[in-house]
Design a protein around this ligand. Structure first.
Ligand code: AOS
Ligand code: ZN
Ligand code: ZN
Ligand code: ZN
Length: 424
């Protein structure tokens, strides 16, 4: 398997090539009055959590075409995230989904993760499937269910997930509810939301003092008439009524086409209620495609609001997580591309001339405002991202390194061709 030393040796070999790319962009930015060093420092420490369910090949409801060499256990998932982190120096955390990835021996799992330099970000509960030993069924909902027994089971599960998270050093619970209805009349909207709020309150009361609960929303799927938490407004309403530790989580694929997500980000940050992200991209719905593979400009505009919000609001620190499904690509390659896309958008948002933008806004100079944003978006910052990555010990070109070292081939040799990782 590839080592840190291999990466460093390769970086040294690429040094001249890198300088040729890095110097012109650094000079151009410096000429524009931008402090390149301070931008690099921000990139250096930026970390994005990898979900434990994204390391295997996903599928659609029609078929799944496994890549081979998928992690067969939580331990192997941690190894894969460790490998990713070694390559890109930007994914130092893992977001666990329970019960898909129950840490049987929390201490050992924590130690293994830390040997790879990894922490645990938000833990995710799962009340959208019936597990083999389930006492109740979530077919008609979980926290919103009409039957108190079912709600109690779902609440107890969420509390257990918090407990698992505590043992691992995690600091947040993400709740995504599949609860909803597929036909008019099936659910009383008001009562379903009220039951959900009451159930969430019980989960909230189980949170340790330094924890957060992140409430995800989604307009449709798996139900196709109504979802109990369909949009950011409902998520925000719940988070506000629950208390300070409750925040909204934005999954980029959980909006109807053309929704202005950047505005949602701005509003939630103004309210100090944005908790974090599930990064992915979407063309039609919850497609879970690679970050910025479809709408890179929108993604940049979202980061532009994030940077503005991080500088000018008191919004709490955000949880950055990927939530993607890899149907056609090698999951590790896809994650490498996702992290790269996130860092590019972040870097572009950091080089936005905020003073010029403010001035354009104050004088209603619409053309100038557009120029400011597009100047940043059209700057090729890849060499900046590479510079920061190499400073942090990552690879000059993680995807290339992954391929040249034939890592997937090695994983297949070790784990087999017909392995199936837990997840969707
Ligand atoms: C589902 O659509 C949501 O994006 C959730 O975050 C979900 O828990 C995750 O995708 C794992 O399936
Ligand atoms: Zn999500
Ligand atoms: Zn989703
Ligand atoms: Zn999604």
């Amino acid at each position: 398997m590839i080592t840190k030393n291999n990466i460093l040796e390769n970086n040294t070999a690429k040094k001249a090539l890198h300088q040729k790319r890095f110097t012109p962009v650094a000079d151009t930015l410096t000429d524009q009055g931008i402090d390149v060093e301070s931008i690099l420092k921000k990139l250096d420490t930026f970390q994005i959590a990898i979900p434990s369910w994204a390391l295997g090949t996903g599928g659609t409801r029609f078929a799944r075409f496994p890549e081979g060499g998928e992690p067969r256990s939580l331990e192997e998932k941690i190894e894969d995230v460790g490998l990713l982190h070694m390559l890109n120096a930007s994914s130092n955390a893992i977001s666990l989904h329970i019960p898909w990835d129950i840490p049987k021996d929390a201490k050992a799992i924590k130690e293994l993760a830390s040997s790879h330099g990894l922490l645990f970000d938000a833990v995710n509960s799962n009340t959208f499937q019936d597990q083999p030993d389930a006492k109740v069924s979530y077919k008609f909902g979980s926290l919103c269910h009409v039957d108190k027994h079912v709600r109690d089971e779902a609440i107890a599960h969420n509390k257990e997930v918090i407990d698992h998270g505590v043992a691992l050093g995690s600091k947040a619970l993400t709740v995504w509810l599949a609860d909803g209805s597929s036909f008019p009349g099936q659910l009383n909207f008001r009562e379903a939301l009220q039951r959900t709020q009451d159930s969430l309150q019980q989960i909230y009361d189980h949170l340790p003092a330094d924890w957060k609960v992140l409430v995800e929303y989604k307009p449709y799927e798996p139900y196709f008439y109504s979802m109990v938490i369909p949009d950011w407004g409902t998520s925000h309403l719940l988070a506000s009524s629950l208390g300070e530790k409750a925040l909204s989580l934005v999954d980029l694929g959980h909006h109807l086409p053309n929704t202005n997500i950047e505005q949602i980000v701005a509003i939630l940050m103004m309210q100090k209620k944005l908790g974090g992200f599930h990064f992915n991209d979407s063309k039609y719905g919850d497609d879970d495609l690679t970050v910025a593979s479809i709408k890179p400009y929108q993604f940049f505009l979202i980061f532009n609001e994030l940077v503005d919000g991080m500088q000018n609001t008191k919004n709490p620190e955000l949880s950055w997580m990927i939530d993607a499904s890899h149907n056609l690509k090698d999951p590790i390659e896809d994650l490498i591309q996702a992290i790269e896309a996130i860092k590019i958008a972040y870097a572009q948002a950091l080089i936005v001339d905020r003073a010029a933008l403010k001035k354009a806004q104050a004088t209603n100079d619409v053309s100038a405002a557009q120029e400011v944003l597009q100047n940043a978006f059209r700057t090729d910052v890849r060499a900046l991202v590479a510079e920061s990555r190499m400073r942090m010990g990552g690879a000059y070109d993680p995807l290339r390194t992954f391929r040249e070292n034939q890592i997937r081939k090695e994983l297949i040799a070790k784990r087999g061709l017909k392995t199936v990782a837990t997840g969707l």
